[in-house]
Ligand binder design. Structure first.
Ligand SMILES: Cc1cc2nc3c(=O)[nH]c(=O)nc-3n(C[C@H](O)[C@H](O)[C@H](O)COP(=O)(O)OP(=O)(O)OC[C@H]3O[C@@H](n4cnc5c(N)ncnc54)[C@H](O)[C@@H]3O)c2cc1C
Length: 476
């Protein structure tokens, strides 16, 4: 049996890789072989497409290199080709005479559409393993047989029906690439060749780095996750978003590792962390059942919401010049590092959609371009939740106050000081509302409102009333 193991960017690892294991199981004792393949699909790797997502591309390229090195270390080799997966996979499967193609399935509609076309082109089976999530999307259903649209019953059904398997260990060795597989392997592109400048502040990709991140976090802040996770000034979360997105760690590896470490040590932290992993699961299952979510709000009465075309507000939000320090800090952290703390994402998304009345899809697309963990399912869920139009969303009439949120979750103002250096010398008391500071405090801190740091582009109370009136009129 000859198997083509098609790696597709959401599974960039050798440990707990179900398709690789399936291929290995049938290639044992020298009777079969396996061919690891990655297609540099133009959809992502054409330079103009790659440059749109510079931080994710950096993480992806590093993770690909690490995958290639790991496969080589195990005795095989990653064959890398350019072009379109829809053409290349069937062509190579035929050329190399493979008996089947194995891969991890994708939840995102773009991947499912690609797989349908690849299946049509293949003369052998495409065997897909549903390991992007903890359990197969579509598996959990309400009593009426429908997809869940509320998180809590979804999480309850998960707890009741799903046993998360132990991860599959990495293979100890792999059979060598068959001698007749002669296609010239293309080099993994360099960032320079894609026109992207390496950003040292983006977390490094690759399976080994992912494992080290997980290990470090488990040994450090994990036990206090339930307390620290909302603090924007602390580095208390796991920072595994991009690893889960690109599959440098599988979700069940993370689930089991956290379980092992925290079960005795800190059950509260374990419960809260696993609940976050279930939000990821919920987002993926929701998108699987409702691919149209990437285009339209979940709630029908939001479909014609009268969003504003406020270009000034949009650029201020993107560039971190709204005059609300916590919103500006998150905008600048995103553009500088590709990461934003979850609480800051929520505040920022709420500000864009509610204070500025700008369509959540614009914010979603901006985040998708710049987040290293930018992911169709979780990003869409985060945006629709924040706007109030999604599955189990924040009620639309709940509007974050960026000042009190800042005071609560960045109490000393350290998050703001890091990302808005103009305010670095403001005392904590005024850092989230510099317009309230007396003139002498502003002067001592070197802050000249309207000159070196903007005044608020909208007043919180006015913006709040405007949103409530608009939403009430439209949503009834
Ligand atoms: C507007 C908005 C946009 C978002 N966009 C994305 C995105 O593109 N990709 C993404 O992975 N997450 C997204 N999230 C969810 C969340 O902010 C990130 O998963 C989290 O900040 C990643 O950091 P971490 O790994 O340190 O998280 P941790 O707090 O350590 O959480 C562990 C893991 O659980 C998952 N997780 C945690 N919270 C959520 C959540 N609310 N929804 C879904 N999964 C979650 C992630 O995989 C995360 O890595 C978004 C949230 C909002 C409000």
């Amino acid at each position: 049996m000859r198997t083509l193991v098609w790696f597709r960017g959401k599974d960039l690892r050798v440990a707990d890789h179900a398709p690789l294991r399936a291929a290995l199981d049938t290639a044992k004792n020298g009777r079969g072989s396996l061919i690891p393949l990655f297609v540099l699909d133009d959809y992502f790797f054409a330079p103009e497409a790659a440059r749109r997502i510079p931080f994710r591309m950096q993480f992806l390229v590093e993770s690909l290199r690490s995958l290639a090195a790991n496969l080589e270390h195990l005795g095989s080799r990653l064959v890398v080709v350019g072009g379109s997966s829809v053409e290349e996979v069937p062509r190579l499967a035929k050329l190399w005479g493979v008996d089947r193609v194995v891969a991890q399935s994708w939840v995102a509609p773009v991947g499912r559409a690609r797989d349908r076309l690849v299946m049509q082109g293949l003369e052998v089976p495409l065997e897909l393993h549903d390991t992007e999530t903890l359990c197969r999307p579509g598996r959990l259903r309400t009593g009426a047989g429908d997809p869940f649209s509320v998180f809590t019953p979804f999480a309850r059904a998960f707890a009741r029906d799903i046993e998360v398997d132990a991860p599959i260990p990495a293979p100890r060795s792999l059979p060598p690439l068959p001698a007749d597989v002669r296609t010239r392997s293309t080099a993994i592109p360099t960032l320079e060749s894609l026109g992207i400048t390496h950003n040292p502040r983006v977390q490094p990709g690759g399976e080994r780095n992912a494992r080290e991140r997980l290990k470090r976090w488990l040994a450090g802040d994990a036990k206090d996750y339930d307390e620290l996770r909302n603090r924007m000034d602390l580095d208390g979360t796991s920072r595994l978003g991009a690893d889960l997105k690109f599959g440098t760690l599988s979700p069940r590896t993370v689930w089991n590792a956290v379980d092992r470490r925290l079960r005795e040590l800190s059950p509260d932290a374990l419960r809260v962390y696993q609940s976050e992993l279930l939000w990821r699961e919920f987002a993926h299952h929701s998108l699987f059942d409702r691919p149209s979510l990437l285009r339209t709000p979940f709630r029908e009465n939001w479909r014609k919401f009268p969003w504003l075309h406020d270009e000034g507000g949009w650029s201020a939000w993107v560039e971190g010049r709204t005059g609300y320090p916590i919103v500006d800090a998150s905008a600048r952290q995103l553009l500088a590092t590709g990461f934003v703390h979850n609480r800051a994402r929520m505040i920022s998304a709420s500000f864009l959609t509610k204070h500025l009345l700008i369509d959540f899809r614009r914010g979603e697309s901006h985040y998708f371009d710049w987040l290293t963990d930018g992911d169709w399912a979780s990003n869409d869920m985060g945006w629709q939740w924040s706007a109030g139009c999604g599955c189990d969303a924040q009620p639309w009439f709940r509007i974050f106050n960026p000042v009190t949120q800042g005071e609560k979750f960045d109490p000393e103002g350290e998050y703001v000081r890091t990302w808005v250096p103009e305010l670095a010398r403001m005392p904590a008391k005024y850092i989230h509302s510099p317009w309230d500071a007396p003139p002498d405090v502003l002067a001592t801190a070197g802050v000249r409102l309207g000159t070196n740091y903007p005044r608020p582009i909208v007043l919180h109370e006015t913006a709040r009333q405007r949103f409530l009136a608009t939403a009430k009129r439209h949503l009834g």
